[in-house]
Write a protein that binds this ligand. Sequence first.
Ligand code: GL7
Length: 837
Amino acid sequence: EIAKLPKETLALWEKYGADESDDKESFQKSFIRHVTTTLARSIYNIDNFSAYQATAHSVRDRLIKRWNETQQTHTEVDSKRVYYLSLEFLLGRSLDNALLNLGLKDNYGGGIKELGFTMEDVLEQEVDAALGNGGLGRLAACYMDSLATMDYPAWGYGLRYTYGIFQQRLKDGYQIEFPDYWLNFDNPWELPRLDVVVDVQFCGSVNRYTDEEGHERYAWEGGDTLQAIAYDVPIPGYGTKNCINIRLWSSKPKRQFDLTRFNEGQYEQAVYEQMQAENITAVLYPNDNHMVGKELRLKQQYFWVAASLFDIVRRFKKSEKPWSNFPLQVAIQLNDTHPTLAIVELQRILVDLEGIGWDEAWAIVTQTFAFTNHTILPEAMERWPVPMIQYLLPRHMQIIFDINLFFLQKVEKAIPNNRDLLAKLSIIEESTPQFVRMAHLAIVGSHRVNGVAALHSELIKQTIFKDFIQFYGESKFENKTNGITPRRWLHQANPKLSELITETLGSKNWLKNLDLLKGLKSHVNNKDFRKRWVAAKLSNKVRLADYIQKATGVTVNSNALFDVQVKRIHEYKRQFMNILGVIHRYNTLKKMTSEERACVVHRVVIFGGKAAPGYYIAKLVIKLINSVAEVVNNDNSIEDSLKVVFIPDYNVSVAEIIIPASDISQHISTAGTEASGTSNMKFVLNGGLILGTVDGANIEICEEIGDDNIFMFGNLAHQVDDLRHAHRYRSVPVDPSLQAVINDIESGQFGDSRIFAPLINTLTHGKDYYLISDDFQSYLDTQKLVDESYKDQEGWTTKSIMCSAHMGKFSSDRAIQEYADQIWEIKPVPVMTKKHI
Ligand code: GL7
């Protein structure tokens, strides 16, 4: 109640309100203040890590100011907001990004130097926020950057895992996992909101009763109650005051002490329950494109969804608008099926708690939600056993059955007498036990469903969601091709190239309008520009070579062709095919004379990526890569013409070093399996070429940059089924080059071949599900083409420039604009600068 405060009080607030300026001296003052007060240190005992902390706190102060102004503006304007529900936000480091987005980098860089540190050393101290597995989690982070940059009123909702994705180390060439206890030191990038607490209920029972008006109602009672505590992560936009919020929930027991138990001497039991409650947000599940049906994961999903919806509904109710306005004020995007229970939860809130009739409530729900599908792999489809949901969320299970009943009644009415269709569309899979198909629930409960690249969006209509088209028609299903933020993935990760682009185009506007990159085309023949383009790439390669030396002990030559495949290790992504190709190359080199070898392009083949801890075959691929590297790197007879490295613990920060240094990167999934891929976009934006299959976003990248500038190979998606069928009649691979490589492995060239037998087995006896044999010759041929092209360094440079110049489409700003206009129907809300009251 500001209005009721005395004038003098208001004047004080105005006078002393936080005035954090952005100049060098203000930074230095705040740095020293944080060293001495926040950290309780002095000039005598401050190391790089404390310098990082003090810098981070200084930036945090400025972020909070913008964050406050943004939230106040949004409350005041009260226009429609979008809520992005994602179980993963793979943010990486924050300091450099915040400095660049806030425009503080130069002043702070100069300021910190005078204080006796270098910005580079300070930035290196930060640990990644690794609350995600791979592409899906990083996409959420890029989208938040774009939402902030484009002034959209948006919130992210996720979980504050105590342990992010595991750290990967190598022992004897095998992956071993270590816990990622990232909150070991204080985390300056979150604002604990210990006052924002939401009760979340589990188990209990459902009781029917009749209300005063004689309506039949249901009450969910009893069971356990946990608490969700909010931690807010400010996300600053680039070149704007807008600073949006990701709210991450952490679980806590409802009572600190169960006093009765305590008095009864059941101290251990009381503490145990407390631990159980904290368990829920303890760890991120480390699976990428693979569902593991653990009860704890389902609990995570509901805990997160319940807390988030309570928060969203509470915010809406403050405005005192009628419920029918809810979809005009609120858009909720479901990042994959993980938050699908939100659909059920909102229906429950409206019907059970707000007393709204079922149909009216359901109309509100379906107009509010939209759903993004990120994969067609069958093993990734979420299905939960009905008994498990019944036990944890008894009222939700009833509501799901009702949603299904009313949905199937509509289908029956529209397409009568088609029991087969009903079974196929049903949200319930009629197995023993029954399962809930989360994708079906997400489709039925949303007004829009989208895939993440053109091919993928077509394929979902033809395969996994085919039967829904019969009922809904095509218009509910659409495409939103993924994008990446050019701020982090070019400006921040590749400062030399960013500077060259800015100088060449005459302004930094391209960072907010990536289509402007096409202005580079008219400079493609400019000698000085080309020279600097090549120099930037070389210096990035030197930086990566240093990193490789430190991380693996292997020395690589920065003048060699850097050939990169970094991504989660998965059979469908075919790192196996890559290393089989490397073996082929190695044995070809060995057969050459010294003179012949003098003519070949030297290569450094770089791998990186984590395998899910339970994914045995993927882990064997890592072992094979390391076994091959061991032999190749120590074979002097091939004279440095080939090196193989596996960079451990691939994460966002490591990606920022690798991506700008790549000459060619491999995106070689079996056609039709990679929904989009997003690292492909990052490589090309940085002037790296792609060796890829006709899959995911590779296809659209090819359309934009032209097929002269990309190396595509392999069978097409529509051929995959027939090829798989044909495998059934053969016992060994059909491709002779592949068979030769298998023979090399089996001869023991890379150590005890028995280790690799299970891996080789995936190729033989009618399997080879991912079509390595079918694509192998085409892969080798295209690799040859890469070598030939690289020999023409001038031609290569032209390709490299043309690649970057045509990447405008793949900015996440474009993607977010499409979501905002076509799905969410939200408008930008520029931040009004406020006084401090
Ligand atoms: C993924 C897809 O595999 C990937 O191709 C896509 O780029 C990404 C973002 O849309 O989503 N789907 C998925 O389940 N994971 C992905 O990375 C884990």
